[in-house]
Design a protein around this ligand. Structure first.
Ligand code: ZN
Length: 334
């Protein structure tokens, strides 16, 4: 065989292996190729910001290390005083017949209205409880005294910061993943340990059943949700991926868990015919703009939250590829 033919054979073999390279660059590229307004913010929080050409033990500052503070995200808001309202206040609103977005500029909680009361998914920072949860619910015609369950996606302060106040005031049952109850117990003034979620748990209140999945990765007990909704009576299904952000400190074990659970949730969402994405950070799917579009919606116009099954699947592929990128970049991580 001539040198030329050996060379072309070499490149042919190289090309075969190049089809599915397990590199950070390739996984981030796979995520980037799918980005649109339904998932760009999620990728921003889940993917490494920059990827070195060669994996390095200690990524230089400003790149992947950007996520270093993610694990403790939100802690500052729990006991650290209240930031000025103009920094965080946003007006919530109704997005489906039975689903209400209670939101700051940064984080969203969701009130699921049922025939027997309200299931509240997440609670925002403690400082936002009065304005966004209590008054926010009243503004959309809901009574916070009707909250029967609070389901917490994960025990970081931007999602569970108001649990204690709401628990003490309205006495709902609080549900967390078992591992996140351990996190919650370490808080300065922990809320009362109620119910531990189980994987695939059907939580029924009145005429509505939401399904809870334990999807560790962002935290050890992160919960994700499938929520039935209706839009002017037409049924749809919402999916929330309950923990998104990853960082240079996320362990390999947690990254592997995140990857397998994102793939599993993709199958679950697909099987549930989920066609709506909701999240707990507004950035993930441009939720504030989407809420404004919803408020401006005229009769007969489509609901901006209904994105279709393919987009739900894409969202979970994007965050999964981001986690694969972190795993590939992460020599030397814990
Ligand atoms: Zn978090």
């Amino acid at each position: 065989m001539s040198i030329v033919r050996w060379t072309s054979l070499f490149f042919a073999i190289a090309a075969v292996f190049a089809q599915t390279p397990d590199t950070a660059t390739a996984h981030k590229a796979a995520a980037t190729a799918l980005l649109n307004s339904n998932n760009t913010g999620a990728a921003r929080l889940a993917c490494p910001a920059t990827i070195s050409p060669e994996p390095v033990a200690n990524p230089p500052g400003g790149g992947p290390a950007r996520g270093a503070g993610v694990a403790g995200a939100g802690r500052g808001g729990r006991g650290g005083g209240t930031p000025p309202k103009e920094i965080w206040y946003a007006e919530g609103g109704q997005v489906f017949d039975n689903l209400y977005m209670l939101t700051t500029k940064m984080n969203s909680a969701w009130a699921v209205k049922t025939s027997a009361g309200i299931i509240l998914i997440d609670t925002l920072f403690g400082y936002a409880a009065q304005d966004e949860i209590v008054d926010g619910m009243k503004k959309v015609g809901l009574d916070p005294a009707d909250i029967k369950y609070i389901v917490v996606s994960h025990a970081h302060g931007d999602h569970d910061g108001a649990v204690k106040f709401l628990q003490d005031t309205y006495h709902p049952q609080v549900i967390l993943g078992p591992k996140d109850w351990e996190l919650a117990a370490r808080q300065a003034t922990p809320y009362t340990h109620d119910m531990e979620a189980s994987d695939g748990q059907k939580l029924t209140l009145g005429d509505t059943t939401i399904t809870i999945y334990i999807t560790p990765g962002h935290t050890g007990g992160t919960l994700s949700f499938v929520v039935p909704v209706t839009d002017h009576g037409v049924p749809h299904v919402a999916m929330e991926w309950g923990g998104t952000a990853l960082g240079a400190n996320t362990s390999k074990e947690m990254l592997r868990s995140y990857i397998s659970n994102a793939a599993r949730m993709k199958d679950i969402a697909d099987g549930s015919r989920a066609d709506v994405i909701i999240g707990n950070h507004t950035e993930y799917n441009d939720a504030l703009a989407r809420l404004e579009q919803t408020k401006a919606r005229k009769p007969g116009e489509p609901n901006p939250w209904v994105v279709g099954k393919g987009e739900v699947s894409k969202y979970l592929t994007v965050v999964g590829e981001c986690a694969k990128a972190w795993l590939a970049v992460g020599e030397g991580r814990p």
